[in-house]
Write a protein that binds this ligand. Structure first.
Ligand code: FES
Length: 166
């Protein structure tokens, strides 16, 4: 399998913005992550084939960035900061609360992250890279449930708006 005709047009549009096609590796990885919900081995193959690179080179780039998920995650990626400002304002408790709450969830993936550069919101989290804070365990669950119910529109797990060209 490779890109569909629509994906190919989109990939060509993205690649045309760079002097060297391989510079489009990251946006194309975002594109396949949005398509598949994670960067699957097939997604790596598709990007490599389109750019004329080996899958190993694309995987090597992909594996450097935590924004790329190389295993399936939920529709909602909740990134909880536990770095200094969040640490002293309850970030670790918030992370543990959410980790337990969504331990068996198919659509919510909770991860611990380093400083999100939004320390004034501590303790802060992101839902698909959208910032929220300060939150307690209870207000965070209420927030996530609003995303699950569709009351709040989530970005893709790459943080882009649906239908965006990145
Ligand atoms: S320490 Fe949490 S956002 Fe900076």
């Amino acid at each position: 399998m490779s890109f569909s005709a629509t994906e190919r047009r989109r990939a060509e549009h993205i690649t045309a913005q760079y002097p060297q096609s391989r510079s489009a590796t990251l946006p194309l990885l975002h594109m396949v992550q949005d398509r598949d919900g994670w960067v699957s081995p097939q997604g790596i193959e598709d990007v490599a084939e389109f750019l004329g690179l080996t899958p190993a080179i694309v995987l090597g780039t992909c594996s450097f960035y935590t924004m790329f998920k190389t295993a399936p995650v939920g529709r909602l990626v909740v990134s909880v900061c536990t770095n200094i400002a969040c640490l002293v304002n309850g970030g670790p408790d918030l992370f543990e609360h959410l980790r337990r709450e969504y331990a068996h969830s198919d659509d919510v993936y909770v991860e611990e992250v380093e400083c999100l550069a939004a320390c004034d919101l501590a303790p802060v989290l992101q839902v698909n890279y959208e910032f929220h804070g300060p939150l307690t365990g209870e207000t965070a669950v209420a927030l996530i449930e609003r995303y699950r119910a569709g009351e709040l529109k989530a970005r893709t797990i790459s943080g882009t708006r649906q239908g965006s060209d990145h």
